[in-house]
Design a binder for this molecule. Structure first.
Ligand code: C5P
Length: 223
């Protein structure tokens, strides 16, 4: 039997990453931050001067990317690029390259490779719909755009990066629209996903809810 998966999807800055990581820690599961793969492809394409429309070269880049994840750091060919990935320019480019079906196809097997015993918590946009449709639990995590912009602002400030809430809010909104409107694997809840609005909840409360839902599934024997 395959290792169980908890899929946590949702729009940018909905808190998926932090929540997914904590749920994974609590359960002793592996963790996949699928957005980082799209950001890595975006960063490498910017550095190699590959145009956002050049699907053939983008897909080849995605397929051959020497990407590794070590202790929360992200490396391309052994070089630590974690900080460059948090850049908004990189996030915006990621949402453009993620529209390309051949790029998504090239990253599919790589994402599924993270599924290992005792289990996996995966966050992204299409974890519950495309990558792990048989996930034991699917959560669609949202938050109001103003709340998400404030969270992203705090994150960037903490890292000493200058940011502007109005610009962040506009960029988030634009990325969400692009992610939800694309033809392949659009941002949308799986029909069997549980929806969770985290706007007025703490991270701890969101984590506790997801753990309770998962426990409920395990006790009912559906995992
Ligand atoms: O999650 P994160 O904000 O890092 O993702 C960056 C971009 O990568 C998203 O805006 C989205 O376009 C794309 N993405 C995706 N599918 C995923 C994860 C991320 O299309 N599973």
């Amino acid at each position: 039997m395959s290792a169980p998966v908890i899929a946590i999807d949702g729009p940018s800055a909905s808190g998926k990453g932090t929540v997914a990581q904590r749920v994974a820690e609590r359960l002793g599961f592996h963790y996949l931050e699928s957005g980082a793969l799209y950001r890595l492809v975006a960063l490498a394409s910017l550095r190699e001067g590959i145009a956002a429309e050049d699907e053939t070269h983008l897909a080849a880049l995605a397929a051959g990317l020497d990407a590794t994840f070590v202790d929360g750091r992200k490396l391309i060919s052994g070089q630590d690029v974690t900080d460059a990935l948090t850049d908004e320019a990189c996030a915006n480019r990621a949402s453009v390259v993620a529209q390309r079906p051949a790029v998504r196809a090239a990253l599919l097997a790589r994402q599924r490779g993270f599924r290992k015993a005792p289990g996996l918590v995966a966050d992204g946009r299409d974890m519950g719909t495309i990558v792990f449709p048989d996930a034991a639990l699917k959560v669609f995590l949202t938050a109001r755009v103003a709340v998400r912009a404030q969270r992203r602002y705090n994150q960037l400030k903490q890292k000493g990066i200058d940011a502007n809430i109005a610009t962040l809010s506009r960029d988030l909104d634009e990325r969400d629209r692009r992610d939800a409107a694309r033809a392949v694997a659009p941002l949308a809840p799986a029909p069997d996903a549980l929806q969770l609005d985290s706007s007025d909840l703490s991270i701890g409360e969101v984590v506790a809810l997801i753990l309770a839902w998962y426990r409920d599934r395990t006790q009912r024997g559906s995992v």
